[in-house]
Ligand binder design. Structure first.
Ligand SMILES: NC(=O)c1ccc[n+]([C@@H]2O[C@H](COP(=O)([O-])OP(=O)(O)OC[C@H]3O[C@@H](n4cnc5c(N)ncnc54)[C@H](OP(=O)(O)O)[C@@H]3O)[C@@H](O)[C@H]2O)c1
Length: 243
């Protein structure tokens, strides 16, 4: 199956990390679909990708964090693009520094878990059946290293949310050790930003996108965690030395 025959659904494709992945996939000749709750973000995404690839991008308003709406979005998407061969899941939020736990409410914690874990679970349950039984199909999770340590004071709920996403990916690897499709995880232990917002130590979302697109294109391994902490790690992935 050539890239132009593959349709990659990028969950969270309108976000900072996701948009870099969408652009890189389109530049490699894939067809790409993105579902977002915000039509304005989808418009921004359409103007961000290379103009000559825009026709290969399908965008749709929807909420993949709700069981009912995710199912509706799936049906609408299949009607429009026919099939989904690959999924990249990059759901969540970029940054959270709301303060130490004693200053937070249960509602704050709900929001964090909702955004990082529940949306990841619900969308996986909805879209995974589309790729599960085919060795030529892939499902790739994007996660953050924040789940293993406190990044700085006041970011505790970010750690709780990111840790729950890391644990979910681990559970999937162990619960489903034998799967026809390629199930992988990219664990990013660094900040990610667009070129105009780069600060030292951050990864450019365009470079990260190219690395993730290379993994999706190769689909030569499964049940792997690809650790990324630096731009050099991204080069290693692109040159096929990471797996
Ligand atoms: N940015 C970083 O520095 C960084 C570093 C390491 C790891 N990561 C990881 O990368 C992932 C994405 O982060 P990001 O920086 O790209 O965040 P972002 O810019 O806030 O984008 C997150 C995306 O998730 C989507 N989303 C969340 N809940 C959703 C729901 N219920 N239904 C549909 N879409 C939903 C948002 O969709 P809408 O368009 O609908 O709002 C948004 O497009 C996270 O898991 C994060 O842990 C990020």
């Amino acid at each position: 199956m050539s890239n132009s025959e593959r349709v990659v659904l990028v969950l969270g494709g309108a976000g900072i990390v996701g948009s870099g992945i969408v652009k890189a996939l389109l530049d490699k000749g894939f067809r790409v679909a993105v579902i977002s709750r915000d039509s304005g973000r989808l418009e921004k995404l359409r103007s961000f990708v290379s103009p000559d690839t825009r026709e290969q991008l399908t965008t749709m308003v929807g909420n993949v964090g709700s069981e009912e709406e995710a199912e509706q979005a799936k049906q609408a998407l299949l009607k429009e693009v026919g099939k989904v061969t690959d999924v990249v899941s990059s759901l969540g939020f970029s940054w959270w520094q709301g303060g130490p736990p004693h200053t937070q409410s249960l509602k704050d914690l709900h929001w964090v878990i909702d955004t990082l874990l529940y949306s990841t679970f619900v969308s996986w349950k909805t879209f995974f059946p589309l790729v599960r039984d085919d060795p030529e199909r892939t499902y790739t999770f994007i996660t953050g290293g924040a789940g293993e340590k406190l990044l700085m004071p006041g970011t505790g709920f970010l750690t709780v949310g990111a840790a729950s996403a890391l644990a979910f990916c681990q559970v999937l690897r162990e619960e489903y050790p034998e799967l026809p499709c390629k199930l992988n995880q990219v664990r990013i232990d660094a900040g990610v930003a667009s070129p105009d917002r780069m600060t030292p130590g951050y990864l450019n979302h365009l470079d990260l996108g190219q690395a993730v697109a290379a993994l999706v294109e190769r689909r030569n391994a499964s049940h792997k965690v690809v650790n990324v902490t630096s731009a050099d790690d991204l080069k290693t992935v692109i040159q096929d030395k990471a797996l």
